[in-house]
Design a protein around this ligand. Sequence first.
Ligand SMILES: NC(=O)c1ccc[n+]([C@@H]2O[C@H](COP(=O)([O-])OP(=O)(O)OC[C@H]3O[C@@H](n4cnc5c(N)ncnc54)[C@H](OP(=O)(O)O)[C@@H]3O)[C@@H](O)[C@H]2O)c1
Length: 337
Amino acid sequence: MKAIVQDTYGSAAVLETRDVDKPEIGDDEVLVRVRAAGVNPGDWAIMSGLPYIARPVYGLGKPKNAVRGTDVAGTVEAVGPGVRRLQPGEEVFGWCRGLGGAFAEYASVSEDALAPKPANLSFEQAAAVPMAGFVALQALRDHGGVRAGQKVLINGASGGIGTFAVQIAKALGAEVTGVCSTRNVDLVLSIGADHVLDYTREDFTQNDQRYDFILDNVANHSLSDLRRALTPTGTLVPNGGGFDNHWFAGGGRVIHAHVLSRFVSQSLRPFVVSPRFEDLLVLKELVEAGKLTPVIDRTYPLSEASQAIGHVGEGHARGKVVIRHNGPRPLREEVRR
Ligand SMILES: NC(=O)c1ccc[n+]([C@@H]2O[C@H](COP(=O)([O-])OP(=O)(O)OC[C@H]3O[C@@H](n4cnc5c(N)ncnc54)[C@H](OP(=O)(O)O)[C@@H]3O)[C@@H](O)[C@H]2O)c1
């Protein structure tokens, strides 16, 4: 099968389209014929091997899993003997464990990391949901405890996580302000934000407005500036951060937030996303109820996966970037040739 693989860390140029063996499936695993795969900043980070401190997890000299891609949507091709819920032919979406495997024609995925594809989504839309949806949901619901009537601000509202966060915050009943650039104002309004601040014209940390909850996907303001925009008992989730510091990325900011949180009345809650089957079902329900619609920036064919990751790595995606493909030719066509 064709897969996007890397033998070394580096820029998108290290990614190659190659023929590799189809993955084997274990007892509780499902072989998914991949129809679409979502691209996340995490795929760019693993490709690059950044931050260096994460390399024991990724793989020391090269990634332990050579195939990139986590978020997946496709059809069940085969199931392991312990699989109870899913049958060949079913349409599913979910995430690959082991930091990769989705940028390929087939992926082996744990049964408990897959749910039936939302009926109202295409494969491309479904593949956009898992990781960004988990981060947005867990930030707002679990770490922010966001309730109806609260004032919520999403910094980076037009990105992969931001476009989910705006919609989930609205579904929780919050009054939502999205921060984005001029070209994305209409997009952020269209997904339900009550107010939009254009960051090229206005700095939300320097006005008089105060928020009960801020999800910061960008890390372009200091923690003290962000705290100034919070109510005295508000909650900040500092979620974003670039990789300018190759060793630790945003690690210093995370430690600073944890320490500061002990000494101030506000709550600062950095977190690492926990992909969970139950949350995949929550996202599916929100989608099927019409409360959550993935925003797709661009789709790329599998052969252009390096361009897709490169685009996400630039940090200006409008919603999600997705890799699509129709998979290998059906067997009948192979025979006819
Ligand atoms: N906590 C976790 O476990 C976890 C998990 C996954 C990801 N993350 C992190 O979450 C962050 C966001 O991820 P993502 O997938 O949403 O990224 P993304 O899709 O690449 O989002 C980029 C967005 O940020 C916007 N942006 C850039 N500069 C901005 C500014 N100054 N003010 C406001 N918006 C700005 C861009 O809009 P313009 O083009 O208009 O500038 C773009 O829409 C990343 O740093 C990622 O590493 C955390």
